[in-house]
Ligand binder design. Structure first.
Ligand code: COA
Length: 225
C-alpha cells in the first residue's frame, strides 16, 4: 500500500449493529434511508470507514452522497468506498498526490462460478496471458481490479465501461497489478493507457486498489490539449 494512501476497514460483527443512523450519527440520504437494513448498514459502515481514513490524513469529515452515487470527498482529497458481506473499506489520499482512487472488495467466487463467469470477465488475451500462471481466484481478482479501475476513472471521465474494456496485463510480486485500457474513454484516457494497482487476498475476501497519481493525470491532461 502506498504510504500516502490511508485505508480503514470494518468487519461485519462491528457493522451488523449499524442499522440506524441515530445509533451512528451517519446521515442517511433519501435513497439509502428507504433501502433495506443491510444496505443501510453497508452505507453506514462505508461512511465510518471513509471518516476514519480521512482522520488518518488529519481531516475530520464524513462524505455525503452525490447525485451520481459517488461519495462527496472534501476539497483537496480523493477517496473510494467498497463493501461486501461481512466487510466495508475506504481509502483516502490528498489530491496533491492522487487525482483519484478506486477500491473494491469481493468475496472469492466458487470455482464453478468462476468458470461460468470467465468469458464475461476475462478477455481472450487475459485468458491466454494467465493460462499458465495458475492464479487462484483469477476471475474474482480480475473482476475486482476492473471495478476498482472503474471507480478510479469514473470521477475523471464520467464514462461507463465494461470488463472487456480493460485488461489485466501484469500480476507482479507483492500484489502489484497493472491494468491497461483496451478502448479509449476520452481524449485523456486513450486505449493503451495503463493504471497501477494492488491486490490482497485471504480466504474471506479479495481486495483491490487502483489509483491515478496526480502526475499521471497532469501528463494525460497536457497530452490531450
Ligand atoms: C458503481 C459500482 C462500481 C459499485 O460497485 P459494487 O461492487 O456494486 O459496490 P461496492 O460496494 O464495491 O461500491 C459501492 C460504493 O462505490 C461508490 N460508488 C458508487 N458509484 C460509483 C461510481 N460511479 N464511481 C466510483 N464510485 C462509485 C459509492 O461510495 C458506493 O458505496 P455507497 O453507495 O455505500 O456510498 C458498480 O455497481 C458499477 O456500476 N460498475 C460499473 C460497471 C461494471 O461493472 N464494470 C465492470 C468493471 S469495468
Amino acid at each position: 500500500m502506498p504510504h500516502d494512501i490511508a485505508l480503514a476497514g470494518l468487519d461485519l460483527p462491528e457493522t451488523a449493529v449499524l442499522g440506524s443512523a441515530e445509533a451512528t450519527g451517519v446521515p442517511l440520504p433519501p435513497a439509502i434511508a428507504d433501502a433495506r437494513p443491510i444496505r443501510r448498514a453497508h452505507y453506514v459502515a462505508g461512511r465510518l470507514c471513509a471518516r476514519r481514513a480521512l482522520a488518518r490524513l488529519g481531516i475530520d469529515h464524513m462524505p455525503s452522497r452525490r447525485d451520481d452515487a459517488t461519495a462527496d470527498w472534501p476539497e483537496g482529497y480523493a477517496g473510494s468506498i467498497s463493501h461486501t458481506a461481512g466487510y466495508a473499506v475506504a481509502v483516502a489520499a490528498r489530491r496533491a498526490a492522487y487525482a483519484s482512487l478506486g477500491i473494491d472488495v469481493e468475496q472469492p467466487l466458487s470455482a464453478a462460478l468462476e468458470a461460468d463467469l470467465a468469458p464475461l470477465v476475462l478477455t481472450p488475451a487475459e485468458r491466454d496471458r494467465f493460462a499458465r500462471h495458475d492464479v487462484v481466484h483469477l476471475v474474482t481478482l480480475a473482476f475486482s481490479i476492473k471495478e476498482a479501475v472503474f471507480k478510479a476513472l469514473w470521477p475523471l471521465t464520467r464514462v461507463r465501461f465494461e470488463p472487456e474494456d480493460v485488461e489485466l496485463i501484469e500480476l507482479g510480486a507483492q500484489g502489484a497489478v497493472t491494468v491497461r485500457l483496451v478502448r479509449s474513454l476520452d481524449r485523456r484516457w486513450t486505449a493503451g493507457a495503463c493504471l497501477p494497482g494492488l491486490w490482497r487476498r485471504d480466504v474471506a475476501r479479495c481486495l483491490c486498489l487502483a489509483w491515478v497519481a496526480r502526475e499521471t493525470w497532469m501528463m494525460r491532461s497536457d497530452a490531450a490539449r
